[in-house]
Write a protein that binds this ligand. Structure first.
Ligand code: NAD
Length: 468
């Protein structure tokens, strides 16, 4: 293993920290500090005291700082990607660790450079009203383990740009890569402006309840999202909740399966299926059913799976045992119900304890937990339908509403279906592609609030009307 200065800066002595395993090899990557609710008190006090001066700097100065941070992320990209790959499990290659670090720089830059001017909402000759967006104060950010670095940036960068200070708490499964990201950010920021705390759910719960936060940005499961809503009732902190998904895709009759095969595969298997807005249920018209199953199965069997640091691998292990067990349970249940395993269907033990073969499950329908629950791993149930209206009804019949996709040779027809799908984003002939300028968020139990672009900046600011 190459020596890493970023890792050395964030890891603590073994007797003072918690060992963080390499997701692929299970070797210890480093030791994460164990921050407590007392550390949170100190971080909040520092953030609140730093906030007025940070806000007073103005947009241009803060944008310059964020652009310098984006440059610094790029200069340290390989080191950060190696740490992320080891801790999270995602390979360096493919749409994985290097891609995630690139996104961290891109989203930092976008938060810096997206304009957000006051809006004139009324100017009728007798009165003029303008809507301004001013800092909220201090933002608490709580993140998941699947895209830990990129999602931390989604929370931190817009908050800083809008003149807030931030306390971020990464997932206990992936603290080191986020501490390393924060270390890069902190090189450019006044003391107290950004603090990263490495703690578990108890620190997250304390953030939700803390009167020192004006806003909580949360990305994680729907269950934890509900706890945050309840926990923040006392302080009335504003919330952005990016929660779980059970995204459906609908392949319409007449789709050219070959031409969409690659997008379809990565729509499912990006980050080895551990992605909030990845395809989790695929509805395929009966006329194309066997062709789609065979196409996905072939790709699942041939796409390189293995340890993230080995060049060429583009699929990796599950990040943790709990998630591995969920995936194994859902596939086993499907098998017991008589579903057809067209590819994969079990662990890849020869690669390590958390590797699971990319799995395609056919002849399955609603009622099976693999369809009804979020699998969050490298397995896709492919469901047959005969009427498009019926497929839309079934796609909408879950509590989540993060993303959805329509696959078709006829874009007009696909747009008609998209209109009827209940989701924060509907993609046509792609799934899960994101852009820092394009707002992203969920509906129903997938949460509320938008991230990215000007809408994302507004979400971490207080609207203030000035009338004269
Ligand atoms: P999780 O809810 O278990 O944990 C997320 C974070 O919440 C962690 O930092 C955890 O320590 C913290 N936490 C735990 N208990 C808490 C409490 N009581 N109060 C406050 N914080 C608490 O989620 P996870 O397993 O890390 O992530 C997977 C889930 O996240 C999936 O459902 C996935 O779909 C969802 N997700 C959504 C998006 C999105 O943008 N919508 C993105 C990534 C992941």
């Amino acid at each position: 293993m190459t020596s890493s200065t970023l890792l050395a800066a964030v890891t603590v002595a073994a007797d003072r920290g918690r060992p963080i395993p390499d997701a692929a090899t299970r070797e210890t990557v480093g030791h994460a500090p164990v921050h407590t609710v007392d550390d949170l008190e100190r971080a909040v006090a520092a953030a609140r005291s730093a906030q007025p001066a940070w806000a007073a700097l103005g947009h241009d100065a803060r944008a310059r700082t964020l652009n310098a941070i984006a440059d610094d992320i790029e200069e340290n990209a390989e080191e950060l990607a190696v740490l992320l790959s080891r801790e999270q499990g995602k390979p360096l290659d493919g749409p994985n660790a290097r891609f995630e670090v690139g996104a961290a720089a891109a989203w930092t830059r976008s938060a810096a450079n997206t304009p957000l001017d006051p809006q004139v909402v009324l100017d009728d000759g007798s009165a003029r009203s303008e809507l301004h967006y001013v800092p909220l104060g201090t933002v608490g950010a709580i993140g998941p383990w699947n895209w830990p670095v990129m999602i931390a940036v989604w929370q931190i960068a817009p908050s800083l740009r809008m003149g807030n200070t931030v306390v971020v708490k990464p997932s206990e499964y992936t603290p080191l890569s986020v501490l390393a990201l924060a270390e890069i950010y902190q090189r450019h920021l006044p003391q107290g402006t950004l603090t990263a705390l490495s703690g578990g759910g108890e620190v997250g719960a304390a953030i939700a309840e803390h009167p020192g936060f004006d806003k909580i940005m949360f990305t994680g499961s729907t269950e934890t999202g509900r706890r945050i809503v309840a926990g923040s009732a006392g302080n009335l902190a504003r919330l952005t909740l990016e929660l779980g998904g059970n995204d459906a895709g609908i392949v319409l009759p007449g789709t050219d399966v070959k031409s969409v095969a690659e997008q379809l595969f990565w729509g499912v298997f990006i980050n080895t299926g551990q992605t909030c807005a990845s395809l989790k249920r695929l509805y395929v018209h009966e006329s194309l059913y066997e062709e789609v199953v065979a196409t996905l199965a072939e790709a699942a069997k041939t796409t390189p799976l293995g340890p993230g640091l080995e060049p060429g691998n583009v699929l990796g292990p599950l990040q943790n045992q709990k998630q591995f067990d969920i995936v194994a349970r859902l596939v086993e249940d499907a098998r017991t119900r008589g579903a057809r395993i067209a590819a994969g269907g079990g662990p890849a033990e020869e690669l390590g304890p958390l590797f699971y073969r990319p799995t395609v499950v056919a002849d399955i329908s609603e009622g099976a937990p693999l369809v009804d629950e979020e699998q969050f791993g490298p397995v896709i149930p492919v469901i047959r339908y005969s009427s498009v209206a019926d497929a839309i009804r079934r796609a909408n019949a879950v509590e989540q509403g993060l993303g959805a996709s329509v696959w078709s040779a006829d874009v007009e027809e696909a747009l008609g279906v998209a209109e009827r799908l209940q989701a924060g984003t509907v993609w046509i002939n792609q799934h899960g592609t994101l852009n820092p300028e394009v707002p992203f968020g969920g509906v129903k139990a997938s949460g509320y609030g938008l991230e990215f672009g000007a809408e994302g900046l507004k979400a971490v600011a207080a609207p203030k009307v000035v009338t004269r």
